[in-house]
Write a protein that binds this ligand. Structure first.
Ligand code: AMP
Length: 548
């Protein structure tokens, strides 16, 4: 089991660095000692506060090694964790804490005001010392300490036995993704789902035990980071995080790459594309890199071929999958032969214990609804060459969105086959099988990927409509050279806008209270009225036409 493996590395190679972020490090021994202490402390709080096992815990921060202590400590105590990156606006962080029903927020940072609603316990400024001892400074969100303000790991915690950690069918982590109704959705991933992912990628990509350094580019609140974090921890590797300030400063970033010893590169293709703009991004900068693992958005032919030219010793993998199916379900090694044969690139073959079916899901919807969320049989898949919606089924599929039966009912369903219950997810992705390989063919709804970030346009629109000066809002992706370049908002406000420049600045500022920076539209256009189609929907095509 995953936690046992991580504990075993602490015994076998206690001094090996499990996580590095700049000069801050956490060894496997420190991770074990500090996460055990946290688990025992949480168990004590659970008893005192009569907290139900399985109630989520928010872990707030940005790539600090202590975040790993928090993740593993929560899981060891029987609580799933919700990673929230500190770049998230306070209002959105508060919303996630609230809708998830979290009972405590843990953070290595000092929590800013307004992130936590009343009644929730806060442990911030959490530190791990050289010996792996844990320093906790606790308070409730009114600033009053609800337990001794600084509670270093005291002998009694060493005496307690570590509580029962998360079991296979229990939720291990919850990741919040953009929600079209205006509220983010919490994808619940069980230990079984996570292990099904690891049992596939570790043998497939063959990291050597105790020998690899994994790049961590994505914040822990994005499921791409699950790949680097847990491939690394399960194989005794070193997770090597680059933080947002390093990413914003290419000179510093490249200097740190040189010293990193990265052997497994895990990132969005967008991040690699930015790095490739610098000619020094090649094998002399990262001589040990063996594999590039990409997921989360289209890997372009251009990006893959440049990487193969500049890193002839490395393999490039195109993985495909949504957060709801635990990071990825298909992969393809991009060889020169693949590059010669395909453009766009396929996303490859499906992991052995899962299914990807191309279906007519509109037809399925009625049957699923009639069956109360389950089908009496396996959905019928289209033959090769016919496009449809991709359905993913298998042990890696999420059990649904936390506290959100409505959205869960729309996206997830089950069917029974030879005593096995298949859990299935409607991806909203269009796909096709050709020559035995799966191809991604865009979205069937209003979800987009911008620089690797998953965004429901409906969530931005809903947040805009909440603002005083906005009557109606539509947000559209504007493409350049076949890729989404930025988002544009079209607004009606019911009255004439005199100073458009000032109005746009004000709208952006207000939106920033609720949405992360990557969701703020770059351009705004005020309209007297929305163009409508004959059947009464907003005419997005006309709006887009006006842009070109
Ligand atoms: P996320 O949940 O953030 O990982 O986003 C999942 C969505 O990203 C999928 O439903 C796809 O639309 C898109 N996606 C993931 N991997 C790929 C890929 N290799 N190629 C194209 N799109 C991808």
């Amino acid at each position: 089991m995953l936690i046992e493996k991580i504990n075993a590395w602490a015994k076998l190679c206690p001094e090996r660095i499990a996580h590095r972020q700049r000069e801050k490090t956490l060894t496997y021994a420190q991770l074990k000692t500090s996460s055990d202490a946290l688990a025992m402390w949480l168990d004590d709080q659970r008893e005192r506060g009569e907290i139900r096992r399985g109630t989520p815990i928010v872990v707030y921060g940005h790539k600090e090694p202590e975040m790993l202590t928090c993740f593993i400590g929560c899981v060891k105590a029987g609580f799933p964790y919700i990673p929230v990156d500190s770049a998230t606006p306070p209002e959105r962080s508060r919303q996630i804490t609230e809708v998830s029903g979290a009972w405590i927020v843990l953070s290595p940072q000092h929590l800013p005001e307004g992130i936590v609603q009343t009644g929730i316990m806060v442990v911030d400024d959490l530190v791990v010392d050289q010996e792996g001892n844990l320093g906790l400074a606790g308070r409730d969100n009114l600033g009053k300490s609800s337990f001794p303000l600084t509670e270093w790991q005291v002998p009694e915690y060493k005496m307690r036995t570590v509580p029962t950690c998360i079991q296979e069918d229990e939720v291990y982590y919850i990741i919040y993704t953009s929600g079209s109704t205006g509220v983010p959705k919490g994808v619940q991933i069980t230990l079984r789902a996570l292990e099904s992912f690891l049992n596939w990628v570790n043998p497939a990509f063959q990291p050597e035990e105790k020998n690899e350094v994994f790049l961590n580019q994505a914040p822990f609140s994005f499921d791409l980071s699950v790949m680097d974090l847990y491939m690394s921890l399960s194989m005794g590797g070193t997770l090597w995080s680059v933080d947002k300030d390093q990413i914003a400063n290419p000179k510093e970033l490249f200097a740190s790459f040189y010293a990193s010893g990265i052997s497994y590169w895990v990132s969005t293709p967008s991040f690699a594309e930015v790095c490739l703009m610098d000619p020094s991004f090649k094998d002399t900068l990262l001589p040990l890199v063996k594999r590039f693992l990409f997921c989360g958005e289209i890997l372009t032919h251009d990006c893959a071929s440049k990487l193969l030219q500049r890193f002839p010793q490395a393999q490039v993998e195109n993985l495909y999958g949504p957060t709801e199916a635990t990071v990825a379900v298909t992969t393809l090694t991009i060889t020169p032969e693949i590059l010669r044969t395909f453009n766009p690139l396929p996303v490859g073959e499906v992991k052995p214990d899962a299914l990807v079916l191309i279906c007519d899901t509109d037809q399925l919807s009625a049957e699923i609804a009639a069956g109360g969320g389950s089908l009496p049989h396996r959905p019928e898949a289209f033959p090769e060459g016919k496009q449809g919606e991709m359905l993913i089924a298998g042990p890696n599929v999420s059990v649904g969105y936390l506290n959100n039966p409505e959205q869960t009912g729309k996206a997830f369903f089950t069917w029974q086959e030879n005593d096995v219950t298949w859990q299935a997810y409607r991806t909203g992705d269009a796909g096709i099988v050709k020559e035995g390989l799966l191809f991604y063919q865009g979205r069937l709804d209003f979800q987009v990927k911008l620089h690797g970030y998953r965004i429901e346009l409906g969530e931005i629109e809903e947040n805009l409509r909440q603002l005083q000066r906005v009557e109606n809002a539509v947000v559209l992706p504007i493409e350049r050279r076949g890729k989404i370049d930025y988002l544009q908002a079209f607004i009606t406000s019911g009255k004439s806008v005199e100073d458009e420049f000032a109005a746009v600045l004000a709208l952006k500022e207000e939106l920033r209270q609720h949405l992360p920076e990557y969701m703020i539209p770059r351009r705004f256009k005020f309209l007297d009225k929305m163009p409508m189609t004959p059947n009464g929907k907003v005419d997005r095509r006309t709006l887009l036409g006006g842009q070109q």
